[in-house]
Design a protein around this ligand. Structure first.
Ligand SMILES: [Zn+2]
Length: 322
C-alpha cells in the first residue's frame, strides 16, 4: 500500500495521565507510526488546558505543564503536535462571554457560541492561539468548531446586514438577499482562517482544520467554505470528519472531498473509531482506512485516542507496512 499520513485526535490533555505516563504514550504513538497528535486544549466550555493570560486556565490544570511535556515528548520522537481548539464555542467557563455577554451568538444550539462574525471575538481567539504558539512552539495549530455554529441573528449581525440593506429578521431563504447574508458570513469566517494562516506561516508552523464531511451544505448552515480555504492555500491539511459505520459512505464522501480539493491541500479523512455517529471494530477501522486511501485520501485521522485499542494499533501497523 502507498504511504499515508496518520494522525489522532485526543479529547483531553488528561488522556495522557501523569507526568511519567506522557513519555509512555508518546513512545507508543511513535512506535505505531503516528505522524501527528492533536490534543484538545480548548473544549466547548471555554476554559483552556495550557498556560496563558488570555483565557481562564482550567481549574484542574496541574502544577506541572502537561502540554509542554507532551509536545516535548512527542516532537522529540518525530510525532508532530497540533494543539486543538474548539474555536467559537464559549460555554460556562468562557472569560470572553463573562466579560462580554453581548458577544454571544443568537441561535438554538446544544453549545453556547460566541458570534464568530464579530471582530472582538475573532481578536480574542486569535490572541489565544498566538499566546499558545509563542509559548509552546508546537509544529502546528488545529482548528475545530471553525464554523459559526448556526445562523446568528445577534445585534452585531443585524446591524452589519442592515447596512447592506438586508433585514435578517424577515429575510427568507427564497429571497435573493439571503445569499448576501451567507456571503458575508462566509467572508467573515474565511477572514479569520486567513489571519491565522498568515500568522502560522510567519512562524513556520502548520495549520490544520477539522471540517464538515457534508460539503457544500456547511456553507449556508455554518459559513464554512473549506474548499475555498484549499483554493487559497489557507490551511496545510484538511481533515473532513467522516464518521460513519458505513464503508460505502466513508468511501463515497472521500471521493467527493478529493474531487473538490483537486490536490491543492492534503486530505486526511477523519475516521470515527468511537464517535456519536460510529463505533468501529479493528477490522472495520482497517477496512475504512484502506477504502478512503484507495479513494484518494493522503492520510487518516482517528477519532479518538482513548478509544484506540492494542488491536487497532496492530491493524494500523500492518497496513502501514503492507
Ligand atoms: Zn452574530
Amino acid at each position: 500500500m502507498k504511504e499515508f499520513g496518520l494522525a489522532v485526535w485526543s479529547h483531553q490533555i488528561t488522556d495522557f495521565g501523569g507526568k511519567e505516563e506522557v513519555e509512555r504514550h508518546a513512545e507508543a504513538l511513535a512506535q505505531a507510526g503516528f505522524d501527528l497528535l492533536i490534543p484538545c486544549v480548548k473544549n466547548p466550555p471555554g476554559a483552556v488546558d495550557f498556560l496563558t493570560e488570555v483565557a481562564d486556565v482550567h481549574p484542574q490544570y496541574p502544577e506541572w505543564d502537561p502540554l509542554k511535556v507532551l509536545i516535548e515528548a512527542c516532537q522529540s520522537r518525530g510525532v508532530k503536535v497540533h494543539p486543538w481548539f474548539c474555536v467559537f464555542t464559549e460555554g460556562e467557563q468562557s472569560r470572553l462571554l463573562r466579560e462580554h455577554p453581548e458577544f454571544k451568538a443568537e441561535f438554538e444550539s446544544a453549545h453556547r457560541w460566541a458570534c464568530a462574525c464579530r471582530e472582538e471575538v475573532q481578536d480574542y481567539l486569535f490572541q489565544l492561539y498566538q499566546s499558545l504558539a509563542l509559548r509552546y512552539r508546537p509544529a502546528g495549530l488545529h482548528l475545530d468548531y471553525i464554523r459559526t455554529g448556526g445562523i446568528c441573528r445577534c445585534a452585531f449581525c443585524r446591524r452589519q446586514m442592515r447596512e447592506q440593506g438586508v433585514d435578517i429578521e424577515t429575510v427568507e431563504l427564497r429571497d435573493p438577499a439571503f445569499e448576501l447574508w451567507t456571503e458575508w458570513r462566509v467572508s467573515r469566517l474565511t477572514g479569520f482562517v486567513r489571519r491565522l494562516q498568515e500568522f502560522t506561516r510567519r512562524e513556520g508552523m502548520e495549520l490544520s482544520a477539522a471540517v464538515f464531511a457534508g460539503y457544500p451544505d456547511c456553507i449556508r448552515t455554518q459559513a464554512q467554505d473549506w474548499v475555498q480555504w484549499a483554493e487559497e492555500g489557507l490551511v496545510d491539511f484538511l481533515f473532513p470528519m467522516n464518521y460513519t459505520n458505513s464503508l460505502r459512505m466513508a468511501v463515497t464522501r472521500t471521493m467527493a472531498h478529493v474531487a473538490l480539493v483537486r490536490g491543492r491541500v492534503p486530505i486526511w479523512e477523519g475516521l470515527g473509531k468511537f464517535s456519536s455517529a460510529s463505533q468501529l471494530s479493528p477490522e472495520a477501522l482497517g477496512e475504512q482506512i484502506k477504502g478512503v486511501l484507495e479513494a484518494g485520501a493522503q492520510g487518516v485521522v482517528i477519532f479518538h485516542y482513548r478509544a484506540l485499542t492494542e488491536e487497532d494499533l496492530q491493524t494500523i501497523c500492518r497496513l502501514r507496512s503492507a
